[in-house]
Design a protein around this ligand. Structure first.
Ligand code: PLP
Length: 410
């Protein structure tokens, strides 16, 4: 049990991942525990954006679509992400947002489901996922029924077309067993669509080994692609011939610059592209991924688990009597790269903590959330975060009027 800052510092000295922090531009005086919501800027992404703006856009102009390979970026960046999620290059493409990709793949999965019409989901899953499912169900009328339950895996039956789940829960940080759940869905004759928003880049994933059918995920969270970075989508190779896009934009056409009157799908994953890609964001994501891909993955997961255990140990030891309780699994093997705590004054506490340079976030109604990205976080950062919490509680800094107002973004 670590009870002083010096012991945390010694852990950092022995950490094989410590040099990776230098790749990130974390501002002085900030303890950044929100990389699960917006990954920080890497030096590589900053350099790359400057180059794309000045040289490729500034000087190359329209020629850069070909000469700088802009048109190929969605596939090239998808292939890199594939290495982080256990997918082959031809199974992943970067496009649109996670919300839109979810809609596209849900529609594709339903069309493949041989007359089954139930979409099965967890009732407390991330809202945009549920909203997208509701929208598609409204559009399809009798051909789709949404079933939301607390325990979707045990609700699998012969009516289920698609089981759609997040791999790591956004609030509790709970990590589902991707392999076991995929196998259970397949045993019931259903397809699976995974949302990897909170796991890609944080937890080792092997979609191909698990036999997963479809997946989506975010570019701006643990992949560090920058605010509003495009998302990715995965379609298992065995579905690529038959899976259809029902948002068939010209960039998913077999020959976009033939300007044909009717849509002809591109062969393979490219058909799930829709419109023109956001090149600046894609370039930033591309550069940020190189940092992640160069890291030793076994160490990454191990350190993330150790950071989480330290956080929860320190909360138990140093915040006793202040009204916190864990909102995440205590067992590190069942947790993604985040910890979360319940507290009735959670929102005000997160704001007061931010005034001390410790940035986490808040999820209604009462969850404080702290992302633990092992590439740039140190054990002393965890120490400082819990020490900040202790101070905010001890001097009741949270209980001030300015911390009570809720912003648009929490
Ligand atoms: C962050 C997140 C999203 C975000 O979707 P956008 O379309 O990028 O806004 C979707 N699903 C889950 C589970 C998330 O955590």
């Amino acid at each position: 049990m670590i009870l002083d800052r010096e012991a945390a510092r010694r852990l950092d000295e022995a950490d094989p991942l410590a040099p990776c922090r230098a790749s990130f531009l974390i501002p002085e005086g900030i303890t950044y525990l929100d990389g699960n919501s917006l990954g920080p800027l890497t030096a590589a992404a900053a350099r790359r954006i400057a180059r794309v703006v000045d040289e490729e856009w500034g000087r190359g102009l329209i020629r850069s679509w070909s000469e700088s390979g802009w048109i190929d970026l969605p596939r090239a960046v998808g292939a890199k992400i594939g290495r982080l999620i256990g997918a082959r290059p031809e199974e992943v493409v970067v496009a649109d947002s996670t919300s839109i990709n979810l809609w596209k793949l849900l529609a594709a999965a339903l069309a493949l489901a041989g007359g089954r019409r139930v979409v099965l989901a967890a009732e407390d899953d991330f809202p945009t996922d549920l909203y997208m499912m509701e929208g598609l169900a409204r559009l399809l009328g009798d051909r789709c029924a949404l079933r939301r339950t607390a325990d979707p895996v045990s609700a699998l039956d012969s009516e289920v077309a698609v089981l759609a789940l997040t791999h790591v829960h956004y609030k509790s940080g709970e990590l589902r067993d991707l392999t076991a759940v995929t196998a259970a869905a397949h045993a019931a004759g259903a397809l699976v669509l995974w949302d990897l928003a909170h796991s890609a880049g944080a937890v080792p994933i092997d979609l191909d080994a698990a036999g997963a059918d479809f997946a989506v995920g975010c570019g701006y969270k643990f992949l560090n692609g920058g605010p509003g970075a495009p998302a990715f989508l995965f379609v298992a190779g065995r579905h690529l011939g038959a899976a259809e896009s029902f948002l068939p934009g010209w960039m998913g056409h077999a020959d976009p610059f033939a300007f044909e009157r009717s849509y002809r799908p591109a062969p393979g994953i490219a058909r799930f592209r829709c419109g023109t890609p956001p090149v600046l964001s894609l370039a930033a994501l591309d550069a940020a991924l190189d940092v992640l891909l160069a890291a030793p993955w076994a160490d990454l997961r191990e350190k993330a688990m150790a950071l989480g255990d330290l956080f929860l140990d320190l909360v138990e030891a140093r915040l006793r009597g202040h009204g916190f309780s864990p909102a995440c699994p205590r067992d590190a093997a069942r947790r993604g790269s985040q910890v979360s705590l319940h507290h009735p004054a959670g929102h005000a506490i997160v704001r007061a903590l931010a005034c001390r340079g410790v940035l986490g976030d808040f999820r209604a109604p009462d969850v404080l959330r702290f992302g633990l990205a092992p590439l740039y976080l140190r054990f002393v950062d965890v120490w400082d975060a819990v020490e900040g919490l202790r101070q905010v509680m001890d001097d009741r800094a949270w209980d001030r009027p300015e911390h009570r107002r809720r912003g648009v973004v929490t």
